[in-house]
Design a protein around this ligand. Sequence first.
Ligand SMILES: O=c1ccn([C@@H]2O[C@H](COP(=O)(O)O)[C@@H](O)[C@H]2O)c(=O)[nH]1
Length: 271
Amino acid sequence: MHFMQSLKDAWRRNDSLVCVGLDPEPGRLPASIAGDADAIFAFCRDIVDATADLVCAYKPQIAHFAAQRAEDALERLIAHIHDRHPGVPVILDAKRGDIGSTARHYASEAFDRYKADAVTLNPYLGHDSIAPFLERADKGVILLCRTSNPGGKDFQALDCGGEPLYLRVAETIAREWNGNGNCALVTGATWPEELGKVRAVVGDMPLLVPGIGAQGGDLEAALRHGLTAAGDGLMISSSRAILYASGTSDFAQAARKATDELRQAVNRHRG
Ligand SMILES: O=c1ccn([C@@H]2O[C@H](COP(=O)(O)O)[C@@H](O)[C@H]2O)c(=O)[nH]1
């Protein structure tokens, strides 16, 4: 199914705008599974199984798997989500970006190897670097726009003919790159007013919003500036605050509680 349709269905079915980020940290896995040969897979699988009815998407971050030589665990985890929780889209957070001949392999990596429904990309190399992803019309193409980190402003806020670069990026993607209707943008909750400026130029385009929880972003302000008139349009992403809500053997139940608390906090601000 088309990523955008899966996302809309999951927003509605689970009454949730929450995207759980899957960022396994070897040093933070509960002692009850940390020694297992397949601990990364088991940890993420248990979090997924405990939360799948509460989320609109999962977002595994590829570096957290690759650094541990756990790409195989990532492949099996995404297969597990598709098999056991069909209809919950998977966003591969890879932030790829390279010349077209290499980008084709990155697109194949995300969609053919990992079977992700969407992927995060860096638009800095321009349209030809993103074209191999845009052509996959059923897949989501989620482009960095106004990132949540403090250094995001170093380039993204630079003046670009009277407007900041991040807004030029948003406008260009909305007007020129979104012919297949499969684009979305990353806009951090740490910059809610900028998020609102992005919303104003991209209409109802979905926004992936990291930065709440561990990064201290303002959830209420992000919702106020980012929700569409229909009360959706956002994927509110949280990783560490959910994954490590408990450091002990009850980690999956604690993750469920943290996910539901975030879901309810978000829903209090929706129409
Ligand atoms: O601007 C961005 C883009 C991506 N991220 C990623 O989101 C999660 C955030 O983790 P938390 O534990 O919820 O802070 C992480 O995978 C980042 O790589 C981001 O934070 N900001």
